[in-house]
Write a protein that binds this ligand. Structure first.
Ligand SMILES: [Mg+2]
Length: 430
């Protein structure tokens, strides 16, 4: 069994999470001020983006900090928001402007950091590990924050820590225009008192379940034995909450495949696959491949519009089929189902390769026709999932979506090996 220990090295990473404050609202405000310098600054009054401004239908997609203070929530119906605050100023979404500002924002980050991973339209992780910045990260954070504010006109929060999870949690502390650190030795003081629902990746349903058991803060979850969390939440979510509440995350800041045209994975099979063993031998391979493709898509915030399945037969020829999806996806389950459909087309039936006597030696699954997250128009579905503003990548809420479950399954495997037998919880490098 592979044993993974968290080493000192992992606590020497230097990771920033940079998050635009009330992004859509700020960007609408900045654009308005650019067009009319006399206009009121939407950020300074109760205001919100979303819905149909005339008919007052639809839902709130972003709100100003003063609106937030009045209890206006993201994803709530405009009608309800107006009941709370009749003077709420509503503005229409303007995705063209949002994409432009997002692009300028990322451009500045790339100027400063060697590795930038855009996590959604308004947030990114930066990795300064091994650079001079690591000795005085707050100074660099201030330089980035001020440059964005002074040259683009909107503010960001910067969270600094040794991993993405903690940096992300830190950037969510007091806003706007602030820098916060959340180093491992600050977790107890700064993160543990927070309500469990504030833990990144802890969805509403997960939080409610934990609260039922009296686990109300992140700190209470952190000191709850892993087995207990697993018995409440199941293997995957239990392990995820346990790790996260303890500030553990080893996810890399990765811009790899940023410009990739496709994400695919393939596997050579040790036995020849034919009609008889396709279900027992072939399908588990497809499952694994679909999960790995989904994981990489999600990690990079990319969605595939077309799914491809390929096989190499015993005559060493490669054949593939592809299918365009109605909506692009990074959902492992959908990728798997689509790939199975494509393989059945190729292999089964009177015209299929099996009928012609071929055997399969290799199976491949891939996603092409990629859609980067920041260019993906927000759908109602995204909003309902609570992903309206931060359409983030790999640490999505554990109680939602097959893709997330798949990821958690994988995490569980890692953790199983990590905590198995005499594995060290937070080990030292020997
Ligand atoms: Mg934001």
């Amino acid at each position: 069994m592979r044993k993974v220990c968290y080493t000192d090295e992992m606590n020497e990473r230097c990771i920033f999470h940079v998050d635009v404050n009330s992004a859509f609202l700020s960007w609408s405000a900045v654009k308005r001020l650019k067009e009319d310098p006399e206009a009121v600054d939407l950020r300074k009054i109760p205001s919100a983006v979303g819905g149909d401004v005339e008919t007052r239908h639809g839902i709130i997609t972003a709100r100003s900090i003063p609106a937030k203070k009045l209890g206006i929530k993201t994803a709530e119906p405009v009608v309800k928001a107006l009941q709370k605050c009749p003077d709420l100023v509503l503005v229409k979404s303007d995705f063209k402007t949002y994409r432009e500002y997002s692009h300028e924002f990322i451009k500045i980050l790339r100027k400063h950091a060697p590795v930038v991973q855009q996590a959604s339209i308004d947030e990114a992780y930066l990795d300064f590990t091994g650079t001079k910045v690591a000795s005085d990260p707050c100074k660099e954070a201030a330089a980035i924050k001020d440059e964005i504010r002074d040259s683009l006109g909107f503010t960001v929060n910067v969270g600094i820590s040794v991993n993405k999870l903690l940096a992300k949690m830190a950037s969510d502390f007091e806003k706007p225009d602030k820098i916060h650190t959340l180093y491992p030795d600050e977790i107890k003081e700064k993160m543990w008192p927070l309500p469990i629902g504030d833990l990144y990746g802890c969805g509403k349903r997960t939080a409610a379940k934990l609260e039922n058991y009296g686990i109300r803060t992140i700190g209470e979850a952190a000191v709850t034995p892993l087995e207990v969390l697993i018995s409440i939440l199941g293997d995957n979510a239990g392990a995820y909450i346990y790790e996260s509440a303890n500030g553990i995350s080893d996810s890399p800041v990765s811009e790899e495949e940023r410009d990739a045209k496709s994400y695919s994975n393939e596997s050579t099979i040790s036995v020849d696959v034919d009609e008889k063993n396709f279900e027992t031998v072939g399908l588990p391979v497809v499952h694994e491949l679909a999960e790995s493709v989904a994981r990489r898509l999600a990690r990079d915030g990319v969605f595939a519009g077309t799914i491809e399945a390929s096989v190499k037969t015993d005559d060493f020829r490669r054949r593939s089929h592809q299918r365009k999806l109605i909506n692009s996806t990074n959902d492992a389950n959908l990728i798997e189902k689509t790939a199975i459909g494509l393989l059945e087309e190729m292999l089964k039936g009177d015209e299929g390769l099996f009928s012609k006597g071929f055997k399969v030696r290799l199976i491949g699954v891939g996603g092409t026709n990629l859609d980067r997250q920041e260019y993906r128009q927000m759908t109602l579905f995204d909003l309902m999932k609570g992903n309206s503003i931060s359409l983030s990548d790999e640490m999505k809420k554990p109680d939602e979506g097959e893709e997330r479950r798949a990821k958690l399954r994988k995490m569980m495997n890692d953790i199983n090996s990590r905590y198995g037998e005499d594995a060290v919880f937070k080990g030292r490098k020997k």
